[in-house]
Design a binder for this molecule. Structure first.
Ligand SMILES: Nc1nc(=O)c2c([nH]1)NC[C@@H]1CN(c3ccc(C(=O)N[C@@H](CCC(=O)O)C(=O)O)cc3)CN21
Ligand SMILES: O=c1ccn([C@H]2C[C@H](O)[C@@H](COP(=O)(O)O)O2)c(=O)[nH]1
Length: 276
């Protein structure tokens, strides 16, 4: 079985078998009909994806690769916080009348900070260090900015990336405080794997390992029956990822710069309700 499916199935089984329900608590998220969206969770999951071996996209069901990459570029490249700059509608429920999601995600990555070498936003500082100072142990981003939390329509979930170079390999840790396993686990893994491939290519490095640290890994009550069926599905071999090798500037990558070769998946049509 391919590595991504295996990890996903193991995580879900662990949550369903040994997890803890929050039914006794007055939780924040709601279903569309106003019912509280309760979860069963496991605290503290660490998954390792070897990007040299395979591209970690689920085959148990299709992950919308293009929409996931589009959202990643929206945050990391456009540094936008406006849903009008996004091709999909996944953020519409958190946007105000102007399309803004508040001072979250892309907005935080775009803020400039002072350094000895001048002013950089968080993304450009990572790029600068990978090129000029690759053995630094200080190459990281963090968008969990307490000062601005009250102006974010949703607090950042995947909030920090630590980049680290070993030999000619670029490894990374994605820190995530909260994970909706069905809607966004593989979505987030695919996005940050692509980010490692992007950063590696523009720095003359090879993509190594993505370590995904999840604090609260949960399955929403209405997702439990969907997950129970999903993890019984057949798994296919992982596809290959092809990145346009001509790109040397981080800001030149487009959604179409990445191609999945031989992406096979179960053609199940699942309607995933999203808790808001
Ligand atoms: N409860 C919740 N779960 C999330 O995953 C989530 C939030 N809220 N709030 C902010 C963002 C928005 N994200 C989302 C929202 C919707 C989908 C979604 O509709 N997924 C569909 C496929 C979408 C597509 O094909 O384009 C799915 O089947 O998983 C995914 C991620 C991730 N985040
Ligand atoms: O990239 C993302 C963004 C959001 N999520 C999920 C995780 C939670 O289910 C909700 C956020 O609710 P909180 O109460 O603020 O934790 O969104 C995700 O998995 N990945």
């Amino acid at each position: 079985m391919n590595a991504a499916d295996k990890i996903f199935i193991e995580n879900c089984k662990e949550i369903l078998q040994n997890g803890v329900w929050d039914n006794e608590y007055d939780v924040r998220p709601r279903w569309e009909d106003g019912t509280p969206a309760h979860t069963i969770k496991k605290f503290g999951i660490v998954n390792r994806y070897n990007l040299e071996e395979s591209f970690p996209i689920l085959t148990l069901r299709k992950t919308n690769f293009k929409a996931a990459v589009d959202e990643l570029l929206w945050i990391w490249q456009k540094k936008s916080n406006n849903v009008n700059d996004l091709d999909s509608h996944i953020w519409d429920s958190w946007a105000d009348g102007t399309g803004s999601i508040g001072k979250a995600y892309g907005y935080q990555l775009g803020i400039k900070h002072k350094y000895k070498e001048g002013e950089f936003n968080q993304v450009d500082r990572v790029i600068y260090d990978l090129k000029n100072n690759p053995y630094s142990r200080r190459i990281l981003t963090n968008i969990y900015n307490f000062e601005d939390l009250h102006e974010m329509h949703l607090y950042p979930c995947a909030y920090s990336m630590t980049f680290n170079v070993s030999g000619n390999k670029l490894n990374a840790i994605l820190n995530q405080r909260s994970q909706d396993m069905l809607a966004a686990n593989n979505w987030n893994v695919v996005q940050y794997s692509i980010l490692v491939h992007m950063m590696a290519q523009i720095s003359g490095l090879e993509a190594g390992e993505l370590v995904h640290v999840i604090a609260d890994a949960h399955i929403y009550d209405r997702h439990v029956p969907i997950i129970e069926e999903l993890i019984k599905n057949k798994s296919f071999d992982a596809p290959k990822i092809e990145v346009d090798k001509n790109i040397t500037d981080f800001y030149d990558f487009k959604v179409d710069s990445f191609k999945l070769i031989d992406y096979k998946f179960n053609p199940v049509k699942i309607k995933v309700p999203i808790a808001v």
